[in-house]
Design a protein around this ligand. Structure first.
Ligand code: NAD
Length: 279
């Protein structure tokens, strides 16, 4: 079984660099999909209240027979719960769904900078949650440098991670560099751009040379750049393939060539304008 490297977050919490993401996994399928990932060897699951499938993640963990302490679980505060009291209640709801008394990492899912609730208030609520020990680490998602700067200036806790869209067509190096400068680990969501990069000729050439798939080459590129990833698939063969990243290495020239594929192309919303609040 591959050995997944770990990173140490700015508060000492250790996170596996490779996990399993469950965005768009049907709630009814989430238990089985997560159990399959745990069988393959994944010990890090990325869910969110917005995905509606935290309960399935919790069921899989309990059914796996693996000690809870050996699995790193992340969840995220949904949009619409950004006021302090709402955030505290929503967090309780996340623990109820997971049937766990803690999460390893809890994130503000989106900053919603154009709405009337200030994410600084939300971040202070997460600080309160962290102080209870029920979130071992707290962080943010989809925060731009200006949003992060406000947290640094106006609160006492530096986010442990910033989970942002990163893949070869959106390398997002400005946001990553800000994180690196301030001890914030970057987590790269949609690491293979939901499949959009997989026929790229540069990736295909490298994949043929190293004897791996273009998905594996792309995921390995993330690993060598030092980001945390959690590709999503409900197909067992792909779940195994995405875990098999640690018996080969890309050259510096390969990493540079893949980074040069950047075209600023998002698969998801722009964090500066995204204001969706579920009804
Ligand atoms: P992804 O880049 O992981 O791509 C997933 C899709 O690619 C799957 O639907 C599957 O069809 C295909 N795929 C996966 N492995 C493959 C392989 N080996 N070969 C061929 N095709 C393959 O996209 P994602 O699911 O959007 O992102 C991964 C995770 O990131 C999510 O599950 C979620 O946990 C997280 N995420 C977070 C945010 C956020 O706002 N914080 C947004 C999107 C995703």
């Amino acid at each position: 079984m591959s050995t997944v490297p770990t990173l140490t977050l700015n508060n000492g919490v250790v996170i596996p660099q490779l996990g399993f993401g469950v965005y768009q996994v049907d709630p009814a399928e989430t238990k089985d999909a997560t159990l399959a990932a745990l069988e393959v060897g994944y010990r890090h699951i990325d869910t969110a209240e917005m995905y509606g499938n935290e309960a399935g993640v919790g069921e899989a963990i309990r059914a796996s027979g693996i000690d809870r302490s050996e699995i790193f679980v992340t969840s995220k505060l949904n949009n619409g719960f950004h006021r302090r009291d709402d955030a505290l209640k929503a967090f309780d709801g996340t623990l109820d769904e997971l049937k766990s008394d803690y999460v390893d990492l809890f994130l503000i899912h989106w900053p919603l900078p154009t709405t009337d609730v200030d994410y600084v208030e939300t971040w202070k609520a997460l600080e309160e949650i962290a102080a209870t020990g029920r979130a071992k680490a707290i962080g943010v998602s989809n925060f731009q440098p200006a949003h992060l700067q406000r947290l640094l200036d106006e609160t006492g806790t530096v986010p442990a991670v910033n989970q942002i869209e990163v893949h070869p067509y959106l390398v997002n190096d400005e946001v990553r560099a800000f994180g690196e400068q301030h001890g914030i680990v970057t987590e790269a969501w949609s690491p293979i751009a939901q499949g959009k990069v997989l026929d790229d000729p540069t990736l295909t050439e490298i994949a043929e040379r190293v004897g791996k798939s273009t998905a594996q080459v792309t995921l390995r590129w993330h690993v060598q750049r030092g980001d945390v990833i959690f590709p999503k698939s409900v197909t067992r063969k792909r779940v195994e393939e995405n875990f098999d990243l640690f018996d080969f290495e890309l050259t510096d020239a390969d990493v540079t060539a893949i980074t040069a594929l950047d075209k600023g192309e998002r698969t998801g919303p722009d964090p500066d304008t995204f204001d969706y609040i579920p009804s």
